[in-house]
Design a protein around this ligand. Structure first.
Ligand code: PLP
Length: 368
């Protein structure tokens, strides 16, 4: 099988599974228990906290483990309470857009341009509205197009106004260097299963001076920020995956970028191909494209029959394919947007797979 859907989920690295196994088979004590086995398990969580904190360049005490990126995003938005005005871009993940629809009473939307970039300056216009935002949330890298936003610039403009900045870095970590302090943000969301860790685990990175309002309340775990007995094996796996992601960051990025270039070269030999966000900084592993007159979901199914796994940009609502909200926000024509296919490469993909993909794609399009 050719797996080209790493932005949806990565395979779990064998070294991660090896690190996790003892915490499923042998060390099952509750990390809050005071006897020896409990203390061992607690220490494994502490190690994972250090490993994740190193990946994003913060102190371990700033990491709040969650069930994933969705929960981290939800927590970030809810921390200041319902009555606080927020601003988000119009290409955020549903765990931001849907949560803010349900939770935040005052919401401003910042539009992206046709390449998918937000203009940092547009946030400054919000300072003059009657209820200016106290929290701004903009993703570091987009899951569909791979577009990387200039979060450091947004933060530098908004910090003097005492506006909190949250960034969803779920797709960025492990693919590009990410430093919480260099970006100048206050909150950041992470997820394990995009960096070769297990599913169901993630983290909210929190500036030490912020008083988070916990959403899951109970036994006071995670310094009271997120109660519930810890998902120990998953946290250990996330920690190991973070350690490997940091060690192998450059090698993975170089490898993916070389493959992406080959892929794009191949795509450009096909008539009527649009590569989205081609003019701007993107993740090294991601390319989203559309072929005029070709339906993305149909193409996905055809590729699936050839054992090639990709993603279409569209979300299927009640069986009717809707164009991708991200591409729609970028002003892409709905027919072109409906043709969108996302390829997200990973560390174990090969040039042979890329060539095979292009060959198969062409075989669908060029009929005798
Ligand atoms: N944010 C982005 C940009 C994502 O791509 C995803 C998952 O696809 C999430 C958040 C949600 O993360 P999780 O699946 O860990 O809940």
């Amino acid at each position: 099988m050719i797996y080209f859907d790493h932005n949806a989920a990565t395979p779990v690295d064998a070294r991660v599974i090896e690190a996790m196994l003892p915490y499923i088979t042998s060390f099952y004590a509750n990390p809050s228990s005071l006897y020896k086995m409990g203390r061992m398990v607690r220490s494994a969580i502490d190690t994972a906290r250090e490993q994740v904190s190193s990946l994003v360049d913060v102190s371990p005490s700033q990491i709040v483990f969650t069930s994933g990126g969705t929960e981290a995003n939800n927590l970030a938005l809810s921390l200041l309470g319902k009555h606080v005005a927020i601003a988000i871009s119009n290409t955020e993940h549903p765990s931001i857009t849907e949560k803010s629809d349900q939770w935040n009473n005052y919401k401003n939307i910042i539009n992206v341009d046709e390449q998918g970039n937000v203009k940092a300056e547009s946030f400054l216009n919000l300072l003059n509205v009657s209820n200016p935002p106290q929290l701004v949330s903009v993703m570091l890298a987009n899951n569909e197009t791979g577009v990387i936003q200039d979060i450091a610039r947004i933060a530098s403009l908004l910090k003097p106004e005492n506006i909190l900045i949250h960034t969803d870095a779920v797709q960025a970590i492990g693919k590009i260097p990410v430093s919480f302090s260099q970006l100048g943000v206050d909150l950041m969301s992470l997820s394990s299963h995009k960096i070769y860790g297990p599913k169901g685990c993630g983290a909210l990175v929190v500036d030490k001076n912020i008083a988070v309002t916990p959403q899951v309340i109970g036994g006071g775990q995670e310094l009271g920020w997120r109660a519930g007995t810890e998902n120990v094996a998953a946290i250990v796996g996330f920690g190991k995956a973070a350690e490997l992601a940091l060690q192998e960051l450059d090698a993975r990025a170089d490898h993916c970028l070389a493959l992406r270039r080959k892929l794009e070269e191949g795509l450009k030999t096909i008539p009527n191909v649009t590569i989205f966000s081609e003019q701007v900084l993107r993740l090294p592993n991601t390319v989203q494209f559309s072929i005029k007159g070709i339906d993305g979901e149909m193409l996905l199914m055809q590729l699936d029959q050839q054992n090639i796994a990709v993603s279409s940009g569209s979300a299927c609502a009640s069986g009717a394919g809707k164009p991708s909200a991200v591409l729609t926000a970028m002003g892409v024509d709905s027919q072109i947007a409906k043709g969108a296919i996302r390829i997200s490469l990973g560390k174990d993909n090969t040039e042979t797979e890329v060539k095979q993909f292009i060959k198969v794609l062409k075989s669908f399009l060029i009929k005798d």
